[in-house]
Design a protein around this ligand. Structure first.
Ligand SMILES: Cc1cc2nc3c(=O)[nH]c(=O)nc-3n(C[C@H](O)[C@H](O)[C@H](O)COP(=O)(O)OP(=O)(O)OC[C@H]3O[C@@H](n4cnc5c(N)ncnc54)[C@H](O)[C@@H]3O)c2cc1C
Length: 451
């Protein structure tokens, strides 16, 4: 079969869930969400001796953090993320030693291709930014690119290249960090949905989970695609929309490149199993929902920037969100237990496109089968960078969400910075520009990526 059977999703996401054997009564910090942001924060907090409990409704890395492309890059980032990302790259370097597990991290370089001289010229803006931060990005001619990419059959004008960028294995990284966090003293609870919080004198005093109450004065909502829904139930507005990304994996094959290449045809990354993770270079799917209408004004700049790649439709997503409860009783099953793992169907149309574009770009991979396909819901903010910091009006509640399609690489650095924020430790990373309040205090909001 040329296009993979969409039912061949990873067993990681369908494995039986193990509910907690026992529940802690209290913690200094409770984290909602076992993605790379939540587990990294738990790890850095535990290493500082903070008592921390992480509640994950499904599996660690069951959603975005285990489904992404595996790119770990600073190239092309918004300047508000660069210091945290550079720190993150340093943490990735030491992850194997610190966790005792190989998560497939390699600094194998990141390439954004150009089809014309004009596109090459547009990359120069990033070179100015890169130089300011000491990042050694450079432009490669077609001949120089050929030294890194073998047998590319489409005519390219060159590429933007950052040699120090890397890649890692999404299904290994967050679970390894979660285990390191446990060894450092954190409690990681899976199959443990948080339904809501209790407050005392207006401040957070406990989280209510499906398995009981945990007293705490500090809650971090790192719930990925669910953050807006969770916080809305507490009366907190979070501008967040979702797009579906379809991804495929090839069987092991001869190397055509060792790093990550983004082109208008495909995004492709070498895997540590000798295959490639491949996605379509110009299709992201957004199903219009009531949230799209609610937040449309704030998202206009981002929609204009991503217009060429967004495939917009209206259908079941709209009615599902419309029918979904907005608030709920804390002693009854909630949406979080009903959808333990958000496991959207990969798009067959996009998979066909991935196969055709891969064959067009690398004809020598024509007979290499696609052996697995999956999709993930990317959650994004109006300016395509995360929201990190306190939630105004609800003392004790913190947020770290909206990583907008590039939070995997940023995850470890974000975890360190957030742990610093929660313990009052200076990590050298300024999180103020990423505060949730920027969307409501009259700040000028627009995507600032320079590529
Ligand atoms: C297709 C795709 C490709 C991507 N490619 C890249 C890439 O190459 N490089 C990159 O840097 N980033 C990439 N990203 C983005 C990256 O994966 C995310 O930004 C990052 O994983 C976000 O991590 P997180 O911890 O914030 O969220 P998530 O990984 O989504 O974790 C949130 C967790 O919270 C849990 N949860 C939610 N509500 C509750 C509740 N009430 N109680 C308990 N648990 C709850 C969920 O089950 C989930 O496991 C990609 C994303 C996708 C989908």
């Amino acid at each position: 079969m040329r296009v993979t059977d969409a039912s061949t999703v990873s067993s990681t996401w369908t494995a039986p869930l193990a509910p907690p054997n026992s529940m802690p009564d209290s913690a200094d910090v409770v984290i909602i969400g076992g993605g790379i942001v939540g587990v990294s924060t738990a790890w850095f907090l535990a290493k500082q001796g903070v008592s921390v409990v992480l509640c994950e409704k499904g599996h660690v890395a069951g959603e975005q953090s285990g489904r992404n492309w595996g790119w770990v890059r600073v190239q092309g980032r918004d300047t508000r993320e660069i210091p945290m990302m550079l720190d993150s790259l340093r943490i990735w370097d030491g992850l194997r030693d610190e966790t005792g597990e190989d998560v497939g991290f390699a600094r194998s370089g990141c390439f954004f291709t150009a089809r014309s001289g004009e596109e090459m010229a547009a990359f120069e803006k990033w070179l100015v930014t890169a130089a300011e931060y000491g990042i050694e990005s450079r432009l490669l001619s077609t001949q120089e690119l050929d030294e890194h990419v073998t047998g590319c059959a489409v005519p390219l004008a060159g590429a933007l290249y950052t040699e120090s960028d890397g890649r890692a294995e999404p299904q290994k990284a967050a679970p390894a960090i979660a285990r390191a966090a446990e060894r450092a003293g954190a409690t990681i609870l899976t199959a443990c949905a948080v339904r809501g919080v209790e407050t005392t004198a207006g401040a957070v005093s406990a989280v209510v989970t499906e398995h009981g109450v945990i007293r705490t004065a500090t809650v971090l909502c790192a719930a990925g695609a669910w953050s807006a829904c969770f916080l809305r139930s507490l009366g907190v507005k979070v501008p967040q929309l979702k797009v579906r990304g379809t991804v495929a994996r090839t069987a092991a094959c001869d190397s055509v490149l060792e790093g990550n290449v983004f082109d208008e045809l495909i995004g492709i990354r070498r895997r540590d199993d000798g295959g490639y993770t491949v996605a379509h270079g110009s299709i992201l799917q957004h199903g219009i929902t009531p949230s799209t209408l609610r937040w449309s004004i704030k998202f206009i700049p981002a929609l204009l920037q991503e217009f060429k790649t967004l495939s917009i439709s209206i259908g079941k997503d709209f009615f599902e969100e419309l029918r979904a409860p907005k608030t709920w009783a804390l002693d009854e099953e909630t949406v979080f237990e009903q959808t333990r793992v958000l496991n959207p169907e990969p798009s067959r149309r996009v998979l066909r496109g991935i196969r055709a574009n891969l064959d067009m770009m690398f004809p020598q991979l024509r007979n290499v089968p696609i052996v697995e396909a999956w999709a993930g819901m990317v959650e994004t903010t109006p300016d395509v960078v995360p929201m990190i910091g306190p939630v105004d009006g609800l003392p004790g509640m913190q947020i770290a969400t909206g990583f907008s399609g590039h939070g995997f690489g940023l995850g470890p650095g974000a975890g360190k910075a957030i742990a610093g924020l929660l313990t009052g430790t200076d990590t050298g990373v300024d999180l103020h520009p990423l505060r949730l309040g920027r969307f409501f205090d009259g700040s000028r909001i627009r995507p600032q990526s320079t590529v």
